[in-house]
Design a protein around this ligand. Structure first.
Ligand SMILES: Cc1cc2nc3c(=O)[nH]c(=O)nc-3n(C[C@H](O)[C@H](O)[C@H](O)COP(=O)(O)OP(=O)(O)OC[C@H]3O[C@@H](n4cnc5c(N)ncnc54)[C@H](O)[C@@H]3O)c2cc1C
Length: 362
Protein backbone atom coordinates (compact mmCIF):
# COMPACT_ATOMS: atom_id res chain seq x y z
CA UNK A 1 0.00 0.00 0.00
CA UNK A 2 1.25 3.49 -0.81
CA UNK A 3 1.51 5.83 2.17
CA UNK A 4 3.18 8.93 3.59
CA UNK A 5 6.76 7.96 4.39
CA UNK A 6 9.31 10.03 6.29
CA UNK A 7 13.01 9.17 6.17
CA UNK A 8 14.93 10.12 9.32
CA UNK A 9 13.81 10.86 12.87
CA UNK A 10 15.49 14.20 13.63
CA UNK A 11 13.54 17.38 14.39
CA UNK A 12 12.69 18.08 10.72
CA UNK A 13 11.11 14.64 10.34
CA UNK A 14 9.34 14.63 13.70
CA UNK A 15 7.78 18.03 13.10
CA UNK A 16 6.82 17.00 9.58
CA UNK A 17 4.94 14.06 11.13
CA UNK A 18 3.25 16.38 13.66
CA UNK A 19 2.33 18.83 10.94
CA UNK A 20 0.63 16.06 8.93
CA UNK A 21 -1.04 14.66 12.04
CA UNK A 22 -2.48 18.01 13.16
CA UNK A 23 -4.26 18.44 9.82
CA UNK A 24 -5.16 14.81 9.19
CA UNK A 25 -4.99 12.80 12.44
CA UNK A 26 -6.20 9.61 10.75
CA UNK A 27 -3.59 9.55 8.02
CA UNK A 28 -1.01 6.80 8.72
CA UNK A 29 2.61 7.96 8.68
CA UNK A 30 5.60 5.65 8.43
CA UNK A 31 8.94 6.92 9.74
CA UNK A 32 11.95 4.93 8.51
CA UNK A 33 15.17 5.81 10.33
CA UNK A 34 18.59 4.36 10.86
CA UNK A 35 18.55 5.51 14.50
CA UNK A 36 17.84 2.92 17.22
CA UNK A 37 15.35 5.29 18.91
CA UNK A 38 14.06 8.85 18.49
CA UNK A 39 16.26 11.56 19.94
CA UNK A 40 17.46 15.05 19.20
CA UNK A 41 21.21 15.32 18.56
CA UNK A 42 21.44 18.57 20.43
CA UNK A 43 20.73 16.92 23.77
CA UNK A 44 23.40 14.24 23.34
CA UNK A 45 26.25 16.21 25.03
CA UNK A 46 24.06 16.54 28.14
CA UNK A 47 24.58 12.78 28.64
CA UNK A 48 27.95 13.83 30.11
CA UNK A 49 26.31 15.47 33.10
CA UNK A 50 23.28 13.33 33.76
CA UNK A 51 22.78 9.69 34.57
CA UNK A 52 19.43 9.74 32.78
CA UNK A 53 19.10 7.54 29.75
CA UNK A 54 19.10 9.64 26.56
CA UNK A 55 15.77 8.08 25.56
CA UNK A 56 14.20 10.03 28.44
CA UNK A 57 14.81 13.18 26.39
CA UNK A 58 13.01 11.75 23.34
CA UNK A 59 10.51 14.06 21.67
CA UNK A 60 6.97 12.72 21.55
CA UNK A 61 5.55 11.30 18.31
CA UNK A 62 2.08 11.71 16.84
CA UNK A 63 -0.13 8.67 17.52
CA UNK A 64 -0.56 8.10 13.77
CA UNK A 65 3.19 7.53 13.25
CA UNK A 66 4.73 4.08 13.06
CA UNK A 67 8.53 4.06 13.36
CA UNK A 68 10.85 1.51 11.81
CA UNK A 69 14.23 1.75 13.50
CA UNK A 70 17.67 0.68 12.32
CA UNK A 71 16.79 1.05 8.63
CA UNK A 72 19.26 2.92 6.44
CA UNK A 73 17.81 4.07 3.13
CA UNK A 74 20.28 3.42 0.33
CA UNK A 75 18.32 4.76 -2.63
CA UNK A 76 15.06 5.94 -4.17
CA UNK A 77 13.37 4.59 -7.29
CA UNK A 78 11.38 7.66 -8.30
CA UNK A 79 9.62 5.92 -11.21
CA UNK A 80 8.29 3.09 -9.04
CA UNK A 81 7.84 5.42 -6.02
CA UNK A 82 9.89 3.16 -3.78
CA UNK A 83 12.62 3.77 -1.23
CA UNK A 84 14.92 0.90 -0.38
CA UNK A 85 17.51 -0.21 2.14
CA UNK A 86 19.95 -3.05 1.49
CA UNK A 87 17.30 -5.68 2.21
CA UNK A 88 13.87 -4.01 2.18
CA UNK A 89 11.74 -1.58 0.25
CA UNK A 90 8.80 0.72 1.00
CA UNK A 91 6.20 2.21 -1.35
CA UNK A 92 5.37 5.85 -0.86
CA UNK A 93 2.56 8.10 -1.96
CA UNK A 94 4.37 11.17 -0.58
CA UNK A 95 7.89 11.10 0.79
CA UNK A 96 9.76 13.46 3.14
CA UNK A 97 13.54 13.17 3.33
CA UNK A 98 14.95 14.49 6.60
CA UNK A 99 18.33 12.79 6.64
CA UNK A 100 20.04 15.77 8.28
CA UNK A 101 23.77 16.14 8.67
CA UNK A 102 26.69 14.30 10.19
CA UNK A 103 29.67 15.48 12.17
CA UNK A 104 32.93 15.95 10.32
CA UNK A 105 35.35 13.18 11.18
CA UNK A 106 39.10 13.44 11.71
CA UNK A 107 41.58 11.11 10.02
CA UNK A 108 42.64 9.57 13.33
CA UNK A 109 41.13 6.70 15.25
CA UNK A 110 41.63 5.61 18.83
CA UNK A 111 39.91 4.59 22.05
CA UNK A 112 40.04 8.11 23.43
CA UNK A 113 38.32 9.95 20.56
CA UNK A 114 34.69 10.97 21.09
CA UNK A 115 32.05 12.68 18.93
CA UNK A 116 29.37 14.76 20.72
CA UNK A 117 26.54 13.62 18.43
CA UNK A 118 27.09 9.94 19.30
CA UNK A 119 25.21 8.72 22.33
CA UNK A 120 27.59 5.78 22.89
CA UNK A 121 30.61 8.08 22.82
CA UNK A 122 29.14 10.43 25.39
CA UNK A 123 28.21 7.56 27.74
CA UNK A 124 31.75 6.18 27.49
CA UNK A 125 33.27 9.59 28.13
CA UNK A 126 30.96 10.13 31.09
CA UNK A 127 32.25 6.87 32.57
CA UNK A 128 35.87 7.99 32.10
CA UNK A 129 35.08 11.33 33.79
CA UNK A 130 33.49 9.45 36.70
CA UNK A 131 36.67 7.39 36.95
CA UNK A 132 38.52 10.69 37.43
CA UNK A 133 40.08 11.79 34.13
CA UNK A 134 40.81 15.52 34.10
CA UNK A 135 42.56 16.26 30.84
CA UNK A 136 39.88 16.66 28.16
CA UNK A 137 40.74 18.29 24.84
CA UNK A 138 38.08 19.64 22.46
CA UNK A 139 39.06 19.89 18.79
CA UNK A 140 37.15 22.69 17.03
CA UNK A 141 35.50 25.84 18.37
CA UNK A 142 31.93 26.27 17.10
CA UNK A 143 28.59 26.47 18.89
CA UNK A 144 28.73 22.85 20.11
CA UNK A 145 32.05 23.59 21.80
CA UNK A 146 30.42 26.35 23.88
CA UNK A 147 28.01 23.82 25.31
CA UNK A 148 30.75 21.26 25.94
CA UNK A 149 32.85 23.88 27.74
CA UNK A 150 30.03 24.64 30.14
CA UNK A 151 29.41 20.96 30.86
CA UNK A 152 33.09 20.17 31.43
CA UNK A 153 33.72 23.21 33.65
CA UNK A 154 30.66 22.13 35.67
CA UNK A 155 32.38 18.76 36.15
CA UNK A 156 35.54 20.53 37.45
CA UNK A 157 37.48 19.93 34.27
CA UNK A 158 39.49 22.71 32.63
CA UNK A 159 38.89 22.10 28.92
CA UNK A 160 41.74 22.47 26.47
CA UNK A 161 40.58 23.68 23.04
CA UNK A 162 42.56 23.27 19.84
CA UNK A 163 41.10 25.02 16.81
CA UNK A 164 42.30 25.82 13.32
CA UNK A 165 41.02 29.40 13.05
CA UNK A 166 42.67 32.41 14.70
CA UNK A 167 39.65 33.05 16.97
CA UNK A 168 36.60 31.15 18.37
CA UNK A 169 33.32 30.75 16.41
CA UNK A 170 35.15 31.97 13.30
CA UNK A 171 32.47 30.64 10.90
CA UNK A 172 29.82 32.75 12.60
CA UNK A 173 31.37 35.90 14.08
CA UNK A 174 33.94 38.48 13.01
CA UNK A 175 37.41 38.91 14.42
CA UNK A 176 36.49 41.61 16.98
CA UNK A 177 33.78 39.45 18.53
CA UNK A 178 36.00 36.36 18.36
CA UNK A 179 38.85 38.12 20.15
CA UNK A 180 36.44 39.39 22.78
CA UNK A 181 35.21 35.82 23.34
CA UNK A 182 38.74 34.44 23.51
CA UNK A 183 39.70 36.99 26.17
CA UNK A 184 36.60 36.11 28.22
CA UNK A 185 37.24 32.39 27.98
CA UNK A 186 40.98 32.45 28.59
CA UNK A 187 40.32 32.66 32.36
CA UNK A 188 38.88 29.16 32.53
CA UNK A 189 39.94 27.39 29.31
CA UNK A 190 43.31 26.58 27.76
CA UNK A 191 43.18 27.76 24.13
CA UNK A 192 45.37 26.79 21.17
CA UNK A 193 44.24 28.92 18.19
CA UNK A 194 45.41 28.53 14.57
CA UNK A 195 46.36 24.90 15.25
CA UNK A 196 45.44 21.55 13.76
CA UNK A 197 46.23 18.13 15.17
CA UNK A 198 49.11 16.66 13.22
CA UNK A 199 49.89 13.60 15.38
CA UNK A 200 47.93 11.66 17.95
CA UNK A 201 49.23 8.95 20.27
CA UNK A 202 47.47 7.33 23.22
CA UNK A 203 48.63 10.06 25.57
CA UNK A 204 49.70 13.08 23.55
CA UNK A 205 48.45 15.35 20.80
CA UNK A 206 50.98 17.17 18.66
CA UNK A 207 49.71 20.31 16.91
CA UNK A 208 50.85 21.71 13.57
CA UNK A 209 52.62 24.43 15.58
CA UNK A 210 54.71 21.64 17.18
CA UNK A 211 53.08 21.94 20.63
CA UNK A 212 52.80 18.64 22.53
CA UNK A 213 49.60 18.47 24.58
CA UNK A 214 48.88 15.64 27.02
CA UNK A 215 45.28 14.37 26.95
CA UNK A 216 43.05 11.67 28.42
CA UNK A 217 40.08 12.22 26.11
CA UNK A 218 39.61 14.07 22.82
CA UNK A 219 36.18 15.41 21.80
CA UNK A 220 35.94 16.21 18.10
CA UNK A 221 33.61 19.16 17.33
CA UNK A 222 34.76 20.27 13.87
CA UNK A 223 31.31 21.11 12.49
CA UNK A 224 28.83 19.22 10.36
CA UNK A 225 28.15 18.37 6.75
CA UNK A 226 24.93 17.45 4.97
CA UNK A 227 23.96 13.80 4.50
CA UNK A 228 23.05 12.53 1.03
CA UNK A 229 21.32 9.65 -0.62
CA UNK A 230 23.54 8.54 -3.46
CA UNK A 231 22.44 9.67 -6.89
CA UNK A 232 19.65 11.84 -5.49
CA UNK A 233 19.60 15.65 -5.80
CA UNK A 234 18.21 17.19 -2.59
CA UNK A 235 17.52 20.76 -3.79
CA UNK A 236 14.08 22.08 -2.79
CA UNK A 237 11.78 24.96 -3.75
CA UNK A 238 9.82 27.21 -1.35
CA UNK A 239 7.33 24.38 -0.73
CA UNK A 240 10.19 21.98 0.22
CA UNK A 241 9.45 20.00 -2.93
CA UNK A 242 12.38 18.34 -4.67
CA UNK A 243 12.52 18.04 -8.46
CA UNK A 244 10.87 14.58 -8.16
CA UNK A 245 7.07 14.14 -7.96
CA UNK A 246 5.75 13.57 -4.44
CA UNK A 247 9.17 13.93 -2.79
CA UNK A 248 9.85 16.64 -0.22
CA UNK A 249 12.96 17.32 1.86
CA UNK A 250 13.95 19.61 4.71
CA UNK A 251 16.22 20.20 7.70
CA UNK A 252 20.02 20.14 7.73
CA UNK A 253 20.13 18.18 4.46
CA UNK A 254 18.81 21.07 2.34
CA UNK A 255 19.59 24.72 1.71
CA UNK A 256 17.05 27.25 2.98
CA UNK A 257 16.56 30.91 2.11
CA UNK A 258 18.31 33.27 4.53
CA UNK A 259 16.22 36.47 4.72
CA UNK A 260 19.16 38.53 6.03
CA UNK A 261 21.69 37.54 3.36
CA UNK A 262 19.10 37.05 0.61
CA UNK A 263 20.65 33.73 -0.46
CA UNK A 264 19.99 30.03 -0.04
CA UNK A 265 22.38 28.31 2.33
CA UNK A 266 22.76 25.40 4.73
CA UNK A 267 21.80 26.44 8.25
CA UNK A 268 22.37 23.56 10.62
CA UNK A 269 20.04 24.59 13.42
CA UNK A 270 17.38 22.71 15.33
CA UNK A 271 14.94 25.63 15.01
CA UNK A 272 15.35 25.78 11.23
CA UNK A 273 14.91 22.00 10.87
CA UNK A 274 11.72 22.26 12.93
CA UNK A 275 10.38 25.05 10.67
CA UNK A 276 11.16 23.04 7.52
CA UNK A 277 9.25 20.03 8.87
CA UNK A 278 6.21 22.15 9.65
CA UNK A 279 5.94 23.60 6.13
CA UNK A 280 6.84 20.36 4.35
CA UNK A 281 4.18 18.40 6.26
CA UNK A 282 1.44 20.84 5.27
CA UNK A 283 2.64 20.93 1.67
CA UNK A 284 2.67 17.13 1.49
CA UNK A 285 -1.06 17.42 2.18
CA UNK A 286 -1.41 19.88 -0.70
CA UNK A 287 -1.52 23.19 1.24
CA UNK A 288 0.87 25.03 -1.14
CA UNK A 289 2.19 27.14 1.74
CA UNK A 290 5.42 28.88 0.67
CA UNK A 291 8.32 29.16 3.10
CA UNK A 292 9.55 32.76 2.91
CA UNK A 293 12.88 32.05 4.57
CA UNK A 294 14.50 32.15 7.96
CA UNK A 295 17.46 33.65 9.78
CA UNK A 296 20.37 32.37 11.81
CA UNK A 297 19.70 32.54 15.54
CA UNK A 298 21.33 30.69 18.40
CA UNK A 299 21.37 31.09 22.15
CA UNK A 300 23.80 29.31 24.44
CA UNK A 301 22.74 29.95 27.99
CA UNK A 302 24.91 28.28 30.60
CA UNK A 303 25.67 28.83 34.28
CA UNK A 304 28.79 30.84 33.43
CA UNK A 305 27.98 32.69 30.24
CA UNK A 306 25.13 33.46 27.93
CA UNK A 307 25.64 34.14 24.23
CA UNK A 308 22.97 35.29 21.79
CA UNK A 309 23.65 35.38 18.06
CA UNK A 310 21.25 36.55 15.35
CA UNK A 311 21.84 37.14 11.63
CA UNK A 312 25.17 37.59 9.90
CA UNK A 313 28.14 38.81 11.94
CA UNK A 314 30.78 38.16 9.28
CA UNK A 315 29.82 40.52 6.46
CA UNK A 316 28.97 44.08 7.44
CA UNK A 317 29.71 47.73 6.62
CA UNK A 318 29.64 49.03 10.16
CA UNK A 319 29.59 47.69 13.71
CA UNK A 320 28.43 49.38 16.90
CA UNK A 321 29.42 48.05 20.33
CA UNK A 322 27.32 48.81 23.40
CA UNK A 323 28.11 47.96 27.03
CA UNK A 324 25.50 47.99 29.75
CA UNK A 325 25.72 46.60 33.30
CA UNK A 326 28.66 44.33 32.40
CA UNK A 327 26.90 42.99 29.30
CA UNK A 328 28.27 43.56 25.84
CA UNK A 329 26.35 43.83 22.58
CA UNK A 330 27.63 44.07 19.02
CA UNK A 331 25.30 45.36 16.29
CA UNK A 332 26.39 44.85 12.67
CA UNK A 333 24.89 46.97 9.92
CA UNK A 334 24.90 46.33 6.19
CA UNK A 335 23.58 48.80 3.61
CA UNK A 336 22.15 50.84 6.49
CA UNK A 337 20.16 47.90 7.93
CA UNK A 338 20.69 45.82 11.05
CA UNK A 339 22.28 42.59 9.75
CA UNK A 340 23.84 40.87 12.77
CA UNK A 341 23.64 40.86 16.55
CA UNK A 342 25.90 39.34 19.17
CA UNK A 343 25.10 39.64 22.87
CA UNK A 344 27.22 38.45 25.78
CA UNK A 345 25.27 38.54 29.02
CA UNK A 346 22.30 37.07 30.81
CA UNK A 347 19.88 39.94 30.29
CA UNK A 348 20.15 40.14 26.52
CA UNK A 349 16.54 39.80 25.37
CA UNK A 350 16.40 37.59 22.26
CA UNK A 351 12.70 38.32 21.73
CA UNK A 352 13.24 42.05 21.24
CA UNK A 353 16.21 41.44 18.95
CA UNK A 354 14.28 38.96 16.82
CA UNK A 355 11.35 41.36 16.66
CA UNK A 356 13.74 44.04 15.37
CA UNK A 357 15.12 41.69 12.67
CA UNK A 358 11.63 40.65 11.59
CA UNK A 359 10.59 44.31 11.39
CA UNK A 360 13.54 44.99 9.06
CA UNK A 361 13.33 41.86 6.90
CA UNK A 362 9.68 40.79 6.76
C1 LIG B 1 26.14 17.87 19.47
C2 LIG B 1 25.19 18.80 18.77
C3 LIG B 1 24.59 19.85 19.47
C4 LIG B 1 23.72 20.73 18.80
N1 LIG B 1 23.17 21.75 19.51
C5 LIG B 1 22.32 22.59 18.88
C6 LIG B 1 21.74 23.68 19.57
O1 LIG B 1 22.01 23.90 20.76
N2 LIG B 1 20.87 24.48 18.90
C7 LIG B 1 20.56 24.28 17.58
O2 LIG B 1 19.76 25.04 17.01
N3 LIG B 1 21.10 23.25 16.89
C8 LIG B 1 21.96 22.41 17.50
N4 LIG B 1 22.53 21.38 16.80
C9 LIG B 1 22.12 21.18 15.39
C10 LIG B 1 20.80 20.41 15.34
O3 LIG B 1 20.90 19.26 16.13
C11 LIG B 1 20.49 20.06 13.90
O4 LIG B 1 20.39 21.24 13.15
C12 LIG B 1 19.18 19.28 13.79
O5 LIG B 1 19.24 18.08 14.52
C13 LIG B 1 18.87 18.96 12.32
O6 LIG B 1 17.70 18.23 12.28
P1 LIG B 1 17.36 17.29 11.01
O7 LIG B 1 16.04 16.65 11.35
O8 LIG B 1 17.49 18.03 9.77
O9 LIG B 1 18.51 16.20 10.97
P2 LIG B 1 19.20 15.26 12.04
O10 LIG B 1 18.90 15.70 13.42
O11 LIG B 1 20.61 15.14 11.58
O12 LIG B 1 18.46 13.88 11.83
C14 LIG B 1 18.66 13.13 10.67
C15 LIG B 1 17.92 11.82 10.82
O13 LIG B 1 18.01 11.10 9.60
C16 LIG B 1 18.49 9.78 9.87
N5 LIG B 1 19.18 9.32 8.65
C17 LIG B 1 20.25 9.88 8.06
N6 LIG B 1 20.54 9.21 6.91
C18 LIG B 1 19.62 8.22 6.80
C19 LIG B 1 19.38 7.20 5.84
N7 LIG B 1 20.13 7.06 4.74
N8 LIG B 1 18.36 6.33 6.06
C20 LIG B 1 17.56 6.45 7.16
N9 LIG B 1 17.74 7.41 8.09
C21 LIG B 1 18.76 8.29 7.91
C22 LIG B 1 19.37 9.94 11.08
O14 LIG B 1 19.56 8.71 11.72
C23 LIG B 1 18.51 10.93 11.89
O15 LIG B 1 17.44 10.26 12.51
C24 LIG B 1 23.43 20.51 17.42
C25 LIG B 1 24.02 19.45 16.73
C26 LIG B 1 24.91 18.61 17.39
C27 LIG B 1 25.56 17.48 16.62
Amino acid sequence: MKEFVIVGSGPASINCAWSIYRSEPRRPIRIVTRDPFVFSKMVVPSVLKTLKNISQFSPSLPPSALVEYGQEIAGIDVDRMIIFSRCREWNYEKLFIGIGSRQKLIPFSGRRIFYPSRVGDMIELRNLIQEGIKRVVIYGFGMVTLELVDILVGLNIVPVIIFSSPYPLSRIVNRDIGDYLASNFSGFIELYASSEISELSDRHIVTTAGVRIPYEALIVAKGSQENEIQGFELGVNEFFETAYPGIFAGGDAVKVFDIVDGVEKYMHLHSVAWECGYYAGLNMLGARLPFRGTLFRAITKTKRFSITIVGNLKEFDDMEVKCKDGEKMFYCMKKGKLSGFFGYGFNVGIKNILREFLRVYC
